[in-house]
Design a protein around this ligand. Sequence first.
Ligand SMILES: [Mg+2]
Length: 361
Amino acid sequence: MSSGTLAYAPIPVVKMRSLGTESMPVETNQKTVSGSDKIMRQENKDINILIVDDDPSVREIMHEFVEFSGYRSYKAEDAAAALKLLENNSIQIVVTDITMPGMDGLELTDLIKKDYDAYVIVMTGFNYDHTYEEAVGKGASDFITKPVRFTELLLRIKRVLKERQMNRERNSMLMLLFGMMKELKKLAITDGLTGLYNSRHFYKQIESEVERSCRYINPLSLIMLDIDYFKQYNDTYLHVKGDKVLMRIGRLIKQSLRSMDSAYRYGGEEFTIILPETKGDEAQAVADRVRTMISSEIFTPEPGKEVSITISAGVTQYCPGETLKAFVQRSDEALFMSKDKGRNTVTFLNGKQISSVDITC
Ligand SMILES: [Mg+2]
């Protein structure tokens, strides 16, 4: 379509009414605007449509038609002006001519799809070389040929808006599913009471930490700890109060660890802590810090009743070549030694003392 030629075919149901200097397309048989039309137009007002065409007559008449249809319309004479409007306004649909001086409509579509959340309908004349595939390849949602018929333009705008709505619904559904999956994944590895990781996750993690320790020849230590006389506490103050102790101790353990360490509720009142890149004596110091912190806490299972709680801990360092089972068992052994010593204590057990594997840790 050459510049200056009106780019619109005769429209059977729409004719142009001259309003002074303005031209307004109106439906021939429609004298008044119905109630449902009013509602639809009100909804359309939230949709911003940008018309881009270098032909002023085409641009103006389309702008008026879009406004008449109830949408908010913006207009631009070239791609640069269009990009400026996109930058400063929330535009949902761009209807752009392809053949324009400077940047053409396909390049503009390409930029819009990269930088903005707008859908694009491209327009071109019958005789142009641009194909539907070319336009879609650049990310256009629809393609309309000149001369543009208003009824067709309106249908295509509505179709693109429907596509936009469906994409938004699909995206929010995906976000919801993604969030649910993340939550489920977290729940599967978390102990519901303490918020620490659970024992299933402990075995998965300790296995990968042992592998990592062997691969990078880094020390790896393990702490196993148990609340002293917890059965007695539960029997005296009932399980609800016991659960509160577990929750608080879980929090205290978590607070005393570095970000690379991880804590687990191993069993009823038993906890484990994996300390990557940590030697046994350093892990022993961590265990003692946790022990001191917990023993200085005051628990009040009943009003006016203040109780102290202690823990016993076993610490060991992984010996390269030993089995995972031997490693975990040794920390358990060290824990029992602490219990034997009278509780509220930390025992470090060197691998060579009970392991048959003769490798220096
Ligand atoms: Mg043009």
